[in-house]
Design a protein around this ligand. Structure first.
Ligand SMILES: Cc1cc2nc3c(=O)[nH]c(=O)nc-3n(C[C@H](O)[C@H](O)[C@H](O)COP(=O)(O)O)c2cc1C
Length: 336
């Protein structure tokens, strides 16, 4: 049985739903080519960070206006972190990538303040990006900031980037809003053409020997798909925007689950960092095999078939099922 894997995400026609999400694998041209050769239907570049934009702007400013402190305030907002890729090198790589590969190249912009850096989205468009993915990752660690203020900041950043570009815009956020459904609607109203669910929240560990904070990243496991899976299933059909799933895609099975829940595209990073970009091709084959086995002729046919809107038992996504799951849980240690 032949299976039609094509899908549409952010107005882009993709050969299949498996997209390489933002990661160090796209940090140079060779890596981007390997992602395409490995089988990714689109590549999201690693992020250009607001901090790097400010650093480069400040350095340029110092060159022209030695002695001026007008950038002092802006710079003191962020802790100094050396290294990283600045906007100049990023845009150069983006230009070259656009020429080097055939698949869509999505630029990624990552920041937290509603300020001038958002205009860099326009430079990304000019450099040839097929779309921009905006990653907002704000930890309101100071007390006294209300939830509504945090939400307003996210929305304002989306609005600013929307104003800067005419290419499609995706918004990648974490799951920790009081009302994820309302926020999703507000992001779409602010101009998002797609939502990428979910950003994995930065959670440092403590090193008990060195008594230090360990800022390292843990790669995900397939067990982590459940939170994005739930929200994609709940949001499918409720938004006039595409949905991309990110987190926990180890193989074709996770991709199948996300598509059944309602995703238009399914992204992977951890699996590619573990096994190499070539893993992408295996995932596509696994998905195709699973679909053929179940009699699905196309991604279109299966997409959202198990969303809340279409599921035979929508209550399975609700509190009633939570109660049932808790009450039916059995352990060998009892109660009998
Ligand atoms: C080492 C590493 C670097 C990442 N860099 C970025 C980044 O620059 N921008 C971004 O939006 N996401 C970044 N991510 C998040 C991934 O794009 C992805 O959303 C996340 O890892 C969950 O997907 P996964 O379970 O397939 O890894 C990074 C993840 C890892 C592990």
């Amino acid at each position: 049985m032949s299976v039609d894997l094509t899908t549409r995400y952010l107005g882009l026609d993709l050969q299949h739903p498996l997209v390489a999400s933002s990661s160090p694998l796209s940090k140079n041209l060779d890596g981007i080519r390997r992602l395409e050769d490995g089988g990714a239907s689109a590549v999201v570049l690693f992020s250009l960070f607001e901090e790097r934009i400010r650093q480069e702007e400040a350095a340029q400013h110092r060159l022209t206006q030695v002695g001026s402190e007008s950038f002092g305030e802006a710079l003191s907002y962020f802790p100094a972190v050396e290294g990283g890729v600045g906007p100049h090198a990023y845009l150069e790589l983006l230009r070259k990538a656009r020429e080097a590969v055939d698949v869509p190249v999505i630029a990624s912009l990552n920041g937290v303040t509603p300020a001038g850096w958002t205009d860099y989205a326009r430079s990304m468009e000019e450099a040839g990006a097929d779309a921009v993915e905006l990653n907002v990752f704000y930890i309101p660690s100071e007390s006294g900031v209300s939830g509504r203020e945090v939400e307003a900041r996210y929305v304002e950043i989306v609005e600013r980037v929307r104003k800067a570009v005419s290419i499609p815009l995706a918004v990648k956020v974490g799951p920790y809003f009081s009302s994820m459904g309302e926020m999703a609607e507000r992001f779409v109203e602010a101009g998002a053409d797609g939502l990428v669910l979910f950003n994995r929240f930065y959670q440092p560990d403590l090193d008990l020997d060195a008594l230090e904070i360990r800022p390292d990243l843990e790669l995900s496991t397939a067990g982590e798909i459940r939170l994005p899976l739930l929200w994609i299933a709940l949001l499918r059909g409720r938004l006039s925007a595409g949905l991309a799933a990110t987190t926990g895609v180890e193989g074709g099975r996770e991709a199948a689950k996300y598509l059944l829940a309602g995703a238009d595209a399914v992204m992977a990073t951890s699996a590619l960092l573990r096994h190499g970009p070539e893993r992408m091709g295996d995932m596509v084959s696994e998905l195709e095999e699973w679909m053929a086995g179940k009699g699905y002729a196309s991604v279109e046919e299966m997409r959202g078939a198990m969303s809340r809107e279409k599921a035979p038992d929508p209550a399975a996504f609700e509190r009633a099922n939570y109660l049932k799951a808790l009450e039916e849980y059995r352990s060998p240690w009892g109660p009998a």
